[in-house]
Design a protein around this ligand. Structure first.
Ligand code: TYM
Length: 383
């Protein structure tokens, strides 16, 4: 069913009908009451919540109530390191870092080098593994707390996951897996098994801490199929059902589609030369008219404009300035060139500063790796 609207973990339109996705995926819209609850614990109103960039959830209220009662709670998110990190990937991480800082809780972060190798047509496994380390620099550059952030690299840290994965695998049939992920008879068996590993991390904290641990997963809605399955099987394996908070997808700079590593021109990478990033934004598709004259006469359509979306979702935190920009576009008083130039400057500045932090991150990597921090839980119990 999810395929009707072309959104799976591996393929997604950008201007999807997000309200329809709520129905198809069976998630709940984020309401003022969950936002107020979150504000009670964070004392801050995050722009991505106010604007419903994060817009849907499952059991966020249950998670926050557990947090309020002092139960053990953690965050979980991840990355499939298929190449350099782009701004779309950073979006949920920026929010996750805010949650970590405000709630003071641990984060488990999975790097699925195996997933990306299995999914790609060609490529060396070693290369995806290298990207796992490269992409960690982005995580560190964003300022995640090293003592509270634990990175699992699948091909190297599988012993943390495998005993849990085996139990999960026994609960999921091939036909469920096929229907959930849109797999076919010619899908390789690695991809058939892989979802089990992404689910396993949601249950790992309970094993590591030796107590029921509530998990909240902040990620874009494209990852939802994993969590539906995880929640179905959690009770039968004795784990709490993981909660989710879902964001929308940052659009790519070209026509339609999310910002995606599979379309390099649609994406601004954190490794792009700031000058290149600047030029990519200047070349972006917009919701404007074909000529300046028509734009002045008819105005543009910010609702279908990736440039406006980038302001709205990441690069303009001042609400009144955003509203002004919206109306200036609608009424044709601002032309696309000017709007793109301003965004290009912000993006290039962000990338430049981020790259300085990335360089400093190089010798911090070990502090984040789970293997230097936790014993392998089930093996330890058996000894
Ligand atoms: P990946 O590498 O495709 O994406 C990493 C994270 O970025 C989100 N994302 C986006 N968010 C906003 N706009 C976009 N254009 C955009 N593109 C991607 C994804 O939703 C994700 O949160 N299978 C996963 C790796 C993974 C994971 C996880 C992700 C393993 N465990 C737990 C989230 C939570 C993947 O390939 O993500």
């Amino acid at each position: 069913m999810a395929n009707e609207i072309r959104i799976t973990p591996w393929e997604a339109e950008a201007f999807v009908d997000y309200d329809r996705l709520i129905k198809i995926f069976g998630v709940k819209p984020l309401t003022d009451s969950e936002i107020a609850l979150l504000k009670r614990y964070t004392n801050e109103d995050h722009m991505m919540l106010r604007r419903r960039v994060f817009y849907a959830h499952r059991d966020l209220d249950v998670f926050l109530n557990s947090y309020g009662l002092g139960r053990r709670c953690v965050l979980y998110t991840g990355r499939g390191p298929s190449g350099s990190t782009h701004l779309g990937h950073l979006l949920p991480w920026i929010f996750t870092k805010w949650l970590q800082d405000k709630l003071g809780i641990d984060l488990f972060f999975q790097m699925t080098d195996d997933e990306k190798y299995l999914h790609a047509e060609g490529g060396d496994l070693e290369n995806y593994n290298r990207y796992a380390y490269d992409n960690m620099l982005d995580l560190i550059a964003l300022g995640f707390n090293s003592s509270k952030t634990h990175v699992i690299i699948d091909t190297e840290d599988i012993r943390y996951l495998y005993p849990i994965a085996v139990k999960i695998a026994k609960k999921i049939t091939f036909s469920t897996q096929k229907a959930t992920f849109g797999l076919t008879e010619s899908t390789n068996v690695g991809m058939i098994f892989y979802p089990v590993l992404q689910i396993a991390v949601a249950f790992l904290p309970t094993e590591l801490y030796g107590e029921q641990t509530e998990v909240l997963i902040p990620a874009a809605i494209d990852q939802d199929p994993y969590w539906r399955l995880a929640r179905d099987i959690a009770p039968s394996l004795g784990y709490p059902k993981p909660a989710q908070i879902h964001c929308k997808l940052l659009p790519g700079l070209d026509v339609g589609g999310k910002m995606s590593s599979s379309k390099p021109e649609s994406a601004v990478y954190t490794t792009d030369d700031p000058e290149i990033a600047y030029r990519k934004v200047l070349r972006a598709y917009t919701g404007g008219q074909p000529t300046a004259e028509l734009q002045r006469k008819l105005g543009g359509n910010p609702n279908l404009c990736p440039v406006f979306k980038m302001y709205e979702m990441m690069f303009e935190d001042n609400d009144s300035k955003l509203t002004e920009r919206y109306h200036a576009c609608r009424s044709g008083t601002i032309l696309c060139g000017e709007c793109k130039r301003e965004l290009a400057e912000r993006v290039a500045k962000f990338i430049k500063e981020h790259q300085v932090k990335r360089m400093k991150a190089v010798d911090q990597v070990e502090k984040y790796l789970i293997r230097y921090k936790f014993d392998v839980p089930l093996i330890r119990k058996r000894r």
